[in-house]
Design a protein. Structure first.
Lengths: 118, 118
């Protein structure tokens, strides 16, 4: 099956700093990548959808200036949490999908990144 | 709008007994249905999907799910539970009516924690 990686798996940073999380599709071209946030014991909340080469589409309530998403290539998307605060601490999960060869577009999930802001 | 309901926050079952994790959905078109499993501090792992065809879908690790259109349900089942099946299970749906090849949104249920008791 398709493999999606995320880096780093864990990151601890000080309040006010910025953190970049990478999401890579290792064996397929991801025309679309999704970024989710998961709070403890809760479901996944879609933050944004990004298509390669275009601006990301953010869900309502998600600050686009705080959560910068770049999808510059068909295998890499990045999420940058700018000026991080303790309330940004969470589990961030990316997923990726492609147009082919499936007749439908299945999402393949990365292993997640645990962000802790002190 | 599409939605998913997982009515049980937690399901407890004895090892060796059959298990069922419930899921109901609501879409305007035809549903694409998915089950994912999440172990602590890990990303989502794909279990199985229903797109079209046979209503009984078999997936990874001995799991299966039955699509019931009249009841709008897609319950996850396993004939004999293992302690290693203990995890968080998410049901997700995509509405076929959504357009746009290469990009679509999955709507997730809130998750059901399965505990298999030795």
């Amino acid at each position: 099956g398709a493999v999606v990686s995320q880096h780093p798996s864990r990151v601890i940073c000080k309040s006010g700093t910025s953190v970049k999380i990478e999401c890579r599709s290792l064996d397929f071209q991801a025309t679309t990548m999704f970024w989710y946030r998961q709070f403890p014991k809760q479901s996944l909340m879609l933050m944004a959808t990004s298509n390669e080469g275009s601006k990301a589409t953010y869900e309502q309530g998600v600050e686009k200036d705080k959560f910068l998403i770049n999808h510059a290539s068909l295998t890499l998307s990045t999420l940058t949490v700018t000026s991080a605060h303790p309330e940004d601490s969470s589990f961030y999960i990316c997923s990726a999908s492609s147009d082919s060869p499936s007749p439908y577009n299945e999402q393949f999930f990365g292993p997640g990144t645990r962000l802790t802001v002190l | 709008a599409q939605s998913v309901a997982q009515p049980e926050d937690q399901v407890n079952v004895a090892e060796g007994n059959p298990l069922t994790v419930k899921c109901t959905y609501s879409v305007s078109g035809n549903p694409y249905l998915f089950w994912y499993v999440q172990y602590p501090n890990r990303g989502l792992q794909f279990l199985l999907k229903y797109i079209t065809g046979d209503n009984l879908v078999k997936g990874s690790y001995g799991f299966e799910a039955e699509f019931n259109k009249s009841q709008t349900s897609f319950h996850l089942k396993k004939p004999s539970a293992l302690v290693s099946d203990s995890a968080l299970y998410f049901c997700a749906v995509r509405d076929e009516a959504y357009s746009g090849a290469g990009s679509y949104q999955l709507t997730f249920g809130k998750g059901t924690k399965l505990s298999v008791i030795p």
